[in-house]
Design a binder for this molecule. Structure first.
Ligand code: N01
Length: 507
């Protein structure tokens, strides 16, 4: 659905601006309204809400967290069709929630932020937009997520390739793959979902694998009409079902700190691969060499059987170069290509959470500089030197074991507490203390050293080149909820509303 912008393009002044209309931005806007704050604008770069679930529409796109967990706790959906839902059903859910809470009238679509600057005198942020307009606000919330700029590897000759190139995050649904020679590069979460579908369509599909992922079977069960009726009629039972899913997911935090537990499951998963793939040599190539859980554990029932098809082959040699109509592998073999599909993930440099626009805070603070080595925040939400700026799904809030929506709801509660406390104090801004943020991150990095992500013998987008993990939260999600339940005023510097010469911020 395409939506219209209702808001004039000049300078708009609001109390809160939210950047990004995915799950995070929507949660923030809904909860702001519930808190009685209507003076906000939601800025969305695209022409519809949904974020990840709007852009990633490749065939087979689905969530690998159970639907009853991968939805808002306050907007339960008794009608989820399956344990794990597809992209369209998730996007439909997001649209329904958006309409129910009347969020579109607060939203400016096609509104791309190109810069954000804090003015100490007025204690206001100015957000510059691509169309030349501006939004001035007291607070702003970055809810645009870390994984959204497609990573296109720098393959030699790619520019001169004359065939079709498609990245998983920008699927071209008009391109007909029937009868085409397709080469797909990458075997991450996105690729293993589209590969079975592309295989059915293409004349021939070559899957280029650098590192095989661990894949566990997927629970494909549909919810029966009776289950849906029960969930609708007795919401408490739906909540109980959600709680059961939550707890079973939380149990998966245990192997993060004890890779030996993860290793116990590996023989069964190796047997699963060999039971699914007929050709023994291919099956062997699909077995990962690192510890289960080091990279994201994927779920699929149709990925492995794809390699039994006559029109599918697996290549484990690296890509040497791309020519006008072919690909050359590191063993010198050349293969003709009509279409190159890149399941190569997203740009995640040391500044994984950095946006591709300039952000300046208090004097001397430019986020591009402050985060040049690593993205760091306090509780993944606030950054010292950037008053009244908040982030959803910021540094070290990603998960390997449960639903990110749980983390988003915790962060939104924390942000509302911050805004509420600031209003109550009558202050102009709050800024997390540098030493509080540093101590928090030092401890987190110490704790991360013992995890399977650092010791499991793999490299993933979770880690920077120097091994530092600024992506994931290494504990139970209820521990994050507890940490963010209330904002501790002592963690922040509070700036009085009217600054007179010589007056200092209060701690
Ligand atoms: O990207 P990835 P993704 N030559 O970075 C390979 C979320 N997600 O889009 O492993 C050859 O995981 C790379 O190889 P290697 C989820 O958080 C969630 O699949 O680095 N290969 C890897 O195989 C996920 O973690 C869902 O050796 C190259 C692949 O490309 C995140 O998105 C669904 C290469 C990239 O895998 C990213 O997933 C989908 C090169 N030069 C995604 N460069 C849910 O269900 C890269 N690769 C919720």
């Amino acid at each position: 659905m395409t939506s219209q912008a209702h808001i004039n393009v000049d300078t708009r002044r609001v109390k809160v601006a939210i950047v990004g209309g995915g799950f995070g931005g929507l949660c923030m806007t809904i909860k702001l309204r519930e808190a009685g704050i209507d003076d906000f604008v939601l800025l969305e770069k695209a022409d519809d809400v949904g974020g990840t679930w709007y852009h990633n529409s490749y065939p087979g796109a689905a969530c690998d967290v159970q639907s009853h967990m991968y939805s808002f706790s306050f907007e339960g959906n008794p009608d989820w069709s399956h344990r794990y839902s597809g992209q369209q059903e998730i996007h439909d859910y997001i649209e329904r929630v958006t309409d129910k809470h009347d969020i579109r009238r607060f939203t400016r679509f096609n509104a791309e932020v190109t810069g954000a600057h804090f003015d100490e005198q007025s204690a206001r942020w100015t957000l510059n937009l691509k169309d030349g307009s501006r939004v001035e606000c007291q607070h702003w919330v970055l809810a645009s997520g870390p994984l959204h700029v497609p990573s296109i590897p720098n393959f030699k000759g790619l520019d001169a390739f004359k065939g079709k190139v498609i990245h998983s995050a920008k699927w071209d649904h008009d391109y007909d793959m029937a009868g085409k020679k397709v080469v797909s590069i990458g075997t991450g979460a996105s690729a293993i979902q589209y590969v079975p579908h592309v295989a059915k369509e293409a004349g021939h599909l070559t899957v280029v694998q650098r590192t095989p992922p661990w894949i566990i079977p997927r629970d494909e069960r549909a919810y029966s009409g009776l289950s849906k009726w029960v969930f609708r009629r007795f919401p408490a039972l739906r909540k109980l079902h959600r709680l059961r899913l939550y707890l079973s997911n939380e149990a998966r935090v245990l192997p993060i700190f004890n890779p030996r537990l993860a290793k116990l499951a590996e023989p069964a998963l190796k047997a699963f691969i060999h039971s699914q793939v007929k050709d023994k040599q291919t099956a062997r190539k699909l077995v990962p060499q690192y510890t289960l859980g080091c990279k994201r554990i994927l779920i699929s029932n149709n990925y492995y059987p794809t390699f039994n098809r006559d029109n599918v082959s697996l290549v484990t040699e690296g890509v040497k170069e791309i020519r006008e109509h072919s690909i050359v592998f590191s063993d010198g073999r050349e293969e003709p290509v009509d279409c190159l599909v890149l399941g190569t993930g997203f740009i995640v440099d040391p500044r994984i959470y950095m946006k591709d626009f300039e952000i300046t805070g208090l004097a001397g603070h430019r986020l591009q500089d402050d985060w040049k080595d690593a993205s760091e925040a306090y509780l993944g939400t606030t950054v010292s030197g950037y008053p009244n700026m908040f982030q959803l799904v910021g540094p070290n809030t990603g998960l390997g074991h449960n639903s990110i929506i749980f983390m988003i709801e915790s962060q939104v509660r924390y942000i509302l507490d911050a805004i509420g406390k600031l209003d109550k104090r009558g202050d102009a801004w709050l800024d997390v203390k540098q030493d509080v943020m540093d101590r928090y991150n030092d401890k987190l990095q110490e704790e991360l050293k013992d995890t399977v992500w650092q010791n499991g013998g793999c490299m993933s987008w979770y880690q920077q080149a120097d091994g530092r993990n600024t992506a994931l939260w290494p504990h139970a999600t209820f521990q994050f909820m507890a940490r963010t339940w209330r904002l501790n005023e002592k963690d922040y510097v509070w700036q009085p509303a009217r600054v007179t010469v010589g007056e200092k911020a209060t701690a």
